[in-house]
Design a protein around this ligand. Structure first.
Ligand SMILES: Nc1ncnc2c1ncn2[C@@H]1O[C@H](COP(=O)(O)OP(=O)(O)OP(=O)(O)O)[C@@H](O)[C@H]1O
Length: 305
């Protein structure tokens, strides 16, 4: 497990990380979400050791994090950093060689990874001839080339089409299943909701919530209910103690305390057969808005990157 404890960091006297504590378990995909300027990249760069923390501790599997453990880290930075004129497969082979693979191992590894990422037709093209989404796949291949033990990805899904999202997801899931730590930041909450097992929400340099995705959905956000009946439900809108979010003749989605919801159910049963009454868990976007409304002026959907 990768653990950060009370990490602080300031730039020119302005504190941007405030006692950041988080953990990412082996075998799981951990999503790291927050609005613009929340502190995701700074945190990731500190994990990687390219930026120093002012204070705090970092551990991998209980041991203080040092350069030896970091040599098994893979990183995909948000600012892409490959050689535009170099051919795609050549580039990944070159990186594999730098990590100590023999020439034939490096070639095989490059071709396998790029094929897995859907780029088998583009191996001999220079990077700059590829679309931005495809260049990003190459960047992901670069972060994976040395079979990292801990994979840190800054916005790996931004700019990818749904097909590419699935390809990258398969690669990351496979990586996590092999026992690696996989931590990725993202603005795309729908993608994160679908992909990650665990979630960390950061706002204004502070960790706002963290844990198992489903657990977070159960614990946070406003609980809503769905009620459906064969009978007309138009009376529901005027029922005390509830607020309707959606309403048709035979189906409503409403917010209420549990006691008011139960009362409404009883009233509905007396008026006709109830065909459905279920709690509706909040989406990740709703939870994120609840948490960040106070702390981050910019919602991720408004991000331009
Ligand atoms: N080198 C730096 N010098 C000064 N301030 C910095 C530096 N790097 C980051 N910051 C500031 O730290 C804060 C956190 O930035 P960071 O890039 O970590 O946020 P982020 O969550 O990755 O945002 P985004 O989603 O917009 O990329 C911001 O206020 C940013 O301006």
């Amino acid at each position: 497990m990768l653990e950060l404890q009370d990490i602080c960091r300031s730039f020119s006297g302005k504190q941007v990380l405030h006692d950041v504590s988080l953990s990412a378990e082996r075998g799981k995909l951990t999503g790291f979400v927050g609005g613009n300027g929340a502190g995701k990249t700074t945190t990731m760069r500190i994990i990687l050791g390219v930026l120093a923390a002012d204070s705090g501790h970092m551990r991998l599997d209980g041991a203080e994090l040092g350069s030896q453990a970091r040599s098994r880290f893979g990183y995909m930075p948000s600012e892409r950093g490959l050689y535009p004129k170099m051919k795609v497969a050549e580039q990944i082979t070159y990186l594999a060689r730098l990590h100590g693979y023999s020439k034939s191992e490096a070639t095989t590894r490059a071709v396998d990874l790029l094929t897995q990422l859907g780029l088998s037709e583009r191996l001999k093209d220079p990077l700059e001839a590829l679309s931005l989404g495809n260049q990003q796949r190459v960047q992901i291949a670069a972060s994976l080339v040395h079979e990292p033990d801990v994979l840190i990805l800054d916005e790996p899904f931004s700019g990818l089409d749904p097909f590419a999202v699935d390809l990258v997801l398969n690669v990351l899931t496979e990586k996590a299943a092999s026992g690696a730590v996989v931590l990725f930041s993202s603005h795309q909450l729908d993608v994160v909701e679908r992909l990650c097992d665990d979630l960390i929400i950061i706002g204004d340099g502070k960790i706002l919530a963290a844990g198992d995705r489903e657990d977070l959905r159960r614990r946070h956000g406003t609980l809503r209910y769905e009620l459906a009946s064969d009978a007309d439900l138009s009376w529901v809108q005027n029922h005390s103690g509830i607020r309707t979010d959606e309403a048709t003749e035979n189906r409503v989605i409403f917010r209420a305390e549990e006691s008011a919801a139960q009362q409404l159910l009883q009233d509905a049963v007396q008026r006709g057969p109830v065909t459905r009454f279920v709690p509706v868990l909040p989406t990740l976007s709703e939870i994120f808005r609840d948490f960040t409304n106070d702390s981050a002026p910019t919602l991720p959907q408004e991000a331009t990157r």
